[in-house]
Ligand binder design. Structure first.
Ligand code: ADP
Ligand code: MG
Length: 479
């Protein structure tokens, strides 16, 4: 970016709530059904039909709000947002206007080497529209109303994001959080998370906001980043050429990573919002909100901190473990059986994750019992089996059986040999096989010790205790 300017970005993220039914009726929200099969008279907006609020959707919105530190609105009104669109059968969308269910709050993002908070303006509940499909018929646009009425939360930031990279981080955090809370599957390809990016630029040091453009419906994190990068460059070029920025709504073309104007916005849209007369105020009690608060899972940010403080893990390891809720669940089970926390983190982020990847499994499907893993860690720490043998030979067997790691190590003859006479045999063989290297070592090339240890390891098929081998080698070589 040109050093004279800074970008200012505000994001509006729509997250489809993973309720089984729609926001105001019992129609299914299942993705990918035959078009126009989940369309009751309420979805179709027939005259005389009446909406009723989905309790789960309200609970999910409150959950998100509490997780973001928002203030929860106790007296919610739903508003009609009036506009005409073919995939909006009622001619209005039921949304929230003056009383968003959550106000304020923030999301922590990675920024540079550290962290910072992006302030939220609001999170409100609204229903989704249907889908207009332009590319399956030559002459007509096809309408699928299955999605009409699906519950969304719209998460709106303050203009508090300053680069495409930060926007990327922000959407990543949102996706992680909604998945963590189990309120949205976060699947951007299926449209469960969609983002509108509002972008402006200003001279560095300027405090007033510049004129913004809004890039609509970005359906991947990559596209969010690319669209913002393109917009920033485009706007700077405009201003540098002496032109002013037009307030516009734009769309992103993923084939070329560019954006194009879809409409100029000379003045604010007038949706004629008014309270929906079919829906009475939705009143949330303090005890209702408290109950949701109490049932909230521990949040990743809290856990990362706790893992460092309580278990002495590095920030990196703690953050890796907290990427995945199932991993956290597994970690917390195993620590009831071991106090080798760092070793546990190494096992989970190393060999176990590799094993699961190779077998296309996730931690939820991992069958290794917490006690078995604790016993395996102990086996390595007590020097009875080397780490690499434990990881490559013992782990795959015990992951598929309920057997004790010790029993398997014995059965496969993998226990490390610490019997000096047996070790000595391998050590002698190793040294006689490499007389020149031994001579070099004796002349001072002490780094060769690793080569000798490696050779003994090979001869013992990994069973020689490396600590004892090193000691033995040093005694022999230094005399
Ligand atoms: P609109 O009425 O056009 O939807 P809002 O004031 O509701 O605008 O803001 C929508 C989003 O745009 C919010 O995320 C807000 O932070 C962001 N935003 C508002 N003004 C600017 C600006 N000048 N530059 C960048 N983002 C902005
Ligand atoms: Mg907007």
């Amino acid at each position: 970016m040109n050093g004279k300017y800074e970008a200012v970005i505000g994001l509006e993220v729509h997250a489809q709530l993973s309720t089984t039914s729609k926001l105001f009726c019992g129609d299914s929200t299942t993705f990918g059904a035959e078009p126009n099969t989940h369309v009751s008279p309420i979805t179709l907006g027939h005259p005389g039909t009446l909406p009723r609020v989905n309790k789960k959707a309200v609970e999910y919105a409150v959950k998100m709000g509490l997780a973001c530190g928002c203030e929860i609105e106790k007296k919610n009104w739903f508003a009609r947002k009036n506009y005409f669109y073919p995939d909006l059968p009622k001619g209005y969308q039921i949304s929230q206007h003056t009383t968003p269910i959550c106000k304020g709050g923030s999301i922590k993002i990675k920024s540079g080497d550290g962290e910072r908070s992006v302030r939220l303006n609001r999170i409100h509940l609204e229903e989704d529209a249907g889908k207009s499909i332009h590319d399956i018929d030559d002459r007509y646009t096809c309408i699928d109303l299955n999605r009409a009425g699906t519950p969304l939360i719209e998460i709106v930031t303050e203009p508090d994001i300053y680069s495409a990279e930060e926007a990327w981080q922000y959407v990543t955090e949102i996706r992680k959080l909604v998945r963590w809370l189990n309120i949205c599957d976060g699947n951007m390809e299926e449209g469960s998370l969609r983002c509108d990016a509002n972008v402006s630029i200003r001279l560095k040091g300027e405090t007033r906001l510049g004129t913004k453009v809004e890039v609509k419906n970005l359906n991947s994190i990559r596209n969010v980043k690319k669209a913002i990068e393109f917009e920033i460059d485009r706007m700077i070029a405009e201003v540098e050429a002496g032109n002013s920025i037009k307030q516009q709504t734009r769309s992103f073309d993923a084939a070329t990573d560019t954006t194009f104007a879809i409409r100029d916005k000379e003045e604010a849209n007038d949706y004629r919002y008014f309270p929906d007369p079919d829906l009475p105020a939705l009143v949330l009690s303090e005890s209702y909100i408290q109950a949701i608060q109490n049932a909230l899972p521990e949040l990743p940010a809290v856990l990362i901190h706790q893992y460092q403080q309580q278990y002495g893990l590095s920030l990196y390891d703690a953050a890796q473990l907290c990427e995945d809720k199932a991993m956290v669940a597994y970690f917390s089970k195993v620590i009831q059986h071991t106090s080798s926390y760092k070793a546990l983190a190494n096992w989970m982020l190393g060999p176990i994750r590799q094993y699961l990847n190779e077998h296309a499994l996730d931690f939820e499907q991992f069958r290794l019992q917490p006690q078995q893993l604790a016993a395996l860690i102990l086996l390595v720490e007590s020097g009875q089996v080397s780490f690499s043998v434990a990881a490559t030979r013992v782990l795959p067997v015990i992951a598929e059986s309920n057997e004790a790691p010790m029993a398997i190590a014995e059965k496969l003859q993998l226990l490390q040999v610490s019997d000096a006479s047996e070790l000595e045999k391998w050590v002698d063989e190793a040294l006689t096989s490499m007389p020149e290297k031994v001579a070099e070592y004796k002349k001072g090339k002490k780094g060769l010790i690793g080569l000798f240890v490696g050779d003994v390891k090979k001869r013992s098929k990994g069973k020689a205790d490396p600590k004892l081998v090193t000691q033995l080698l040093e005694t022999k070589l230094n005399n």
